[in-house]
Design a protein around this ligand. Structure first.
Ligand SMILES: Cc1cc2nc3c(=O)[nH]c(=O)nc-3n(C[C@H](O)[C@H](O)[C@H](O)COP(=O)(O)O)c2cc1C
Length: 188
């Protein structure tokens, strides 16, 4: 059934959407309405064809997938298990990060999310090669508690904690962070 819907959707020429944000949005809406739940490399190839802008691939947890995404035109990778909200038994993002940073080999930027709750979590991720971290629940807690000012407060707390962690490490700036500042267990 899903394959039939996909076949119909795929029959649309990629060229029809090229260069037009409105049409690309329409294509994405059509995809969502198709009810298909599996995203494949073929989908990324199609998106690369129809979308002229930068594509960031989120949800990558292995070095092989990261390489493949880069080879297919990803401008950046987000190492993520979507906060453990899909398959809660998959690897923690921070655990997958070093393998992916190595696989990408500075070709594109690597971001990470999942479980960032304190400034020290940000620092650890940067030490392991992430260019930046993303937040899901940390800002949402602030939002739930106090609306927009709550989000600003949550970000301030994280920033202050990250700055304090840098000082306690004796590291002058985030640009100087590297893997020498963390001990990664040998069995990771
Ligand atoms: C309520 C909620 C909805 C989310 N919806 C999506 C989604 O539609 N697509 C997606 O890629 N990730 C989604 N995520 C995952 C976040 O983008 C992010 O990867 C995750 O929350 C990061 O982990 P953290 O919450 O521990 O910071 C959602 C997260 C939450 C909490």
């Amino acid at each position: 059934m899903a394959r039939c819907v996909l076949a119909g959707w795929r029959s649309t020429s990629p060229g029809k959407y090229r260069g037009s944000r409105k049409r690309a949005d329409a294509a994405c809406g059509r995809w969502r309405r198709s009810g298909r739940s599996v995203v494949t490399w073929e989908d990324l190839r199609w998106l690369r064809e129809v979308w002229p802008g930068r594509i960031i691939v989120k949800g990558v947890l292995t070095g092989d997938d990261a390489r493949r995404a880069v080879d297919q035109g990803a401008a950046a990778i987000v190492v993520s298990n979507h906060g453990g909200r899909q398959l809660d038994g998959v690897s923690a993002s921070i655990r997958a990060l070093p393998e992916i940073v190595a696989a990408v080999n500075n070709q594109v930027e690597v971001l990470v999310d999942g479980g960032i709750r304190r400034g020290a979590d940000i620092v650890k991720a940067l030490c392991l090669g992430a260019k930046a971290v993303l937040l899901g629940r940390a800002y949402a807690y602030g939002l739930a508690a106090a609306g927009q000012p709550g989000v600003a407060r949550a970000l301030k707390i994280l920033q202050a904690d990250a700055d304090r962690t840098l000082r306690l490490l004796g590291c002058p700036s985030v640009a100087d962070l590297n893997s020498s500042y963390v001990d990664v267990p040998a069995d990771w």
